[in-house]
Design a protein around this ligand. Structure first.
Ligand code: HEC
Ligand code: HEC
Ligand code: HEC
Ligand code: HEC
Length: 114
């Protein structure tokens, strides 16, 4: 069923699905398997990475609210001197996530993004 839904999404966005199989590997696949549609993330259209407002619509509403959820971590990835950076700098949709902070810090013990 998730696969079928994904197929409808891809058709609606006019895209080939081949690179986006719902195998649960990446963030988008995990969302699709929970019933989130392509368009719910891709509000600005399929060619662009979703904007943070589009993600926050389902994740707390504001960065501050989101940050409360990860305040228990040793380093809060959502509350730093980097400010309110785009979610997709770290949470990639269809490829492995990247910890943007790692350009300058080694948080490999503190943070485990996937
Ligand atoms: C339509 C609502 C919706 C939108 C839009 C949405 N999410 Fe989610 N997100 C969910 C749901 C539902 C879950 C699963 C929650 C659970 O399992 O308790 C989830 C889980 C997550 C998780 C934790 C679990 C995992 O699979 O990693 C992360 C991280 C996440 N979302 C990031 C994002 C980002 C980044 C965006 C924007 C690119 C986004 N979400 C857009 C609904 C949404
Ligand atoms: C600097 C990188 C980075 C950015 C930017 C970022 N996140 Fe995260 N996010 C993380 C990391 C790292 C984790 C997992 C922390 C852990 O468990 O080690 C996480 C976890 C989450 C979770 C799961 C929280 C939970 O309750 O366990 C959600 C949902 C989420 N992020 C959504 C977002 C959304 C929405 C945005 C944009 C508004 C965003 N993130 C921006 C790094 C980032
Ligand atoms: C959780 C939110 C989320 C969902 C659901 C989602 N995507 Fe994405 N998508 C992203 C993000 C974030 C990017 C930015 C590029 C990346 O990180 O892979 C992206 C990028 C893309 C791109 C551009 C690829 C590139 O070259 O950057 C395409 C095409 C795309 N998505 C199609 C889809 C289709 C089709 C679906 C439904 C099967 C879907 N997306 C579902 C978050 C999502
Ligand atoms: C361009 C480089 C750069 C990036 C990217 C970056 N930082 Fe930093 N960060 C620094 C510098 C420089 C300091 C100050 C170091 C000092 O005073 O010891 C610092 C200090 C910190 C501190 C306080 C001092 C410490 O080491 O405990 C935290 C916490 C922190 N950064 C978290 C983050 C997080 C979370 C991210 C990703 C969202 C991030 N940083 C991204 C350069 C960066």
């Amino acid at each position: 069923m998730p696969q079928l839904k994904a197929l409808f999404c891809a058709a609606a966005l006019g895209l080939s699905l081949t690179a986006f199989a719902a195998d649960g590997q990446f963030l988008a696949d995990r969302h699709v398997s929970k019933g989130v549609k392509c368009e719910s993330c891709h509000k600005a259209g399929p060619k662009e990475a979703p904007k943070k407002a589009d993600c926050l619509a389902c994740h707390g509403g504001t960065y501050a609210k989101l940050a409360e959820k990860t305040d228990n971590l040793e380093v809060n990835p959502h509350d730093s001197h980097q400010g309110e950076i785009e979610c997709s700098k770290c949470h990639k949709g269809h490829k492995p996530a990247v910890l943007e902070c790692a350009r300058c810090h080694d948080f490999s013990k503190e943070l485990h993004i996937r």
